[in-house]
Design a protein around this ligand. Sequence first.
Ligand SMILES: *Cc1c(COP(=O)(O)O)cnc(C)c1O
Length: 348
Amino acid sequence: MVRPVIELINKYDAGKFPKGGGYINLSSNENPYPPAEDVLKAIEKSVESVVNRYPDPEYPELKRAISEYLKVDVNEIFLGNGVSDCIYNICNTLIDTLDKVTVPMPSYTMYVMYSMVREASINYKVYPYYRIDFEDFIEGARDSKLVFLCSPNNPTGNSIPVEGIREIVESVRGYVVLDEAYVEFSDSSAIKLTDTYENLIVMRTFSKFFGLAGLRVGYGVCKDDRVVSALEKVRLPFCINHIGVVACVEAIRCLDYYRRIRDKIVKERERVYNELSKFEKIEVFPSKANFLLIKSDNLRLADKLEKRKILVRDVTGLTGLIGEHVRITIGKPEENNALLNALKEILT
Ligand SMILES: *Cc1c(COP(=O)(O)O)cnc(C)c1O
């Protein structure tokens, strides 16, 4: 029989995927640009040479590359089949039935989903637009086994100040899991705090800044070697495929390319934010990520944009968001222009 708690869990909403051609997909916060030339070459070469072999389950080259990228010790790194898998493994490793897990909302739904699989006692703390009141938060989170934070946060786009993260990490009895999936689009990371605090776990991904969402590679950093070895033990031994390893190692060698496209995306984010701010019927929120949150009361914006072949994410109904909201990924300039033109039609 299926465990009763599983019946209570809502399936992860992955949003809309294009049905056929001609769509502009601004729904999943993907990077709109292709991989660096050398990354494509490395992928092609790996298809020819290594697909009949198992990858080395310790993934030494990948960990070495990540360690150089982040300037952290190789032994502080754990891997997963995307951050999604890291979240799943963290829940499996750290949560016992009825352990208290604190999640400020509105945020990414996977934290709650996999905490529920573990039958955690979930402590939702709602802060409008994820503007966390640290004193209040710490009061309610202190005795948690696990706290999930997201910075920049999905879907609100704002970052948590590093000093606020530090205060939380210092005050919570258990572990703080900080999701930095979008951090390369922002100007502040808390990764340095892992030097000082053993109870901080920072997660990163190759899906957004490095534009490799299709290859499924995520990782995390923690100074506590008991946590890292537990996470490395419970993950599937071959959770990352060989092509993913080769692509990620090469992507880190091509950092200059990825920084250039990041700069383009950030510039576009600011331009689109300014343009959206001019529409009176919607409200747009400042963002440090590669997407923007829009409050669009009763306008059925996602449906109307889909009719114009533009896919955005309807995040209406997410715990902690009141009223209709959509989340729009920053695409290439021409895609963003198509969005702005469609909105002009819909809203004026
Ligand atoms: C996109 C995203 C991720 C990345 O997930 P992967 O499994 O690595 O593709 C992680 N956290 C948040 C909040 C995200 O939006």
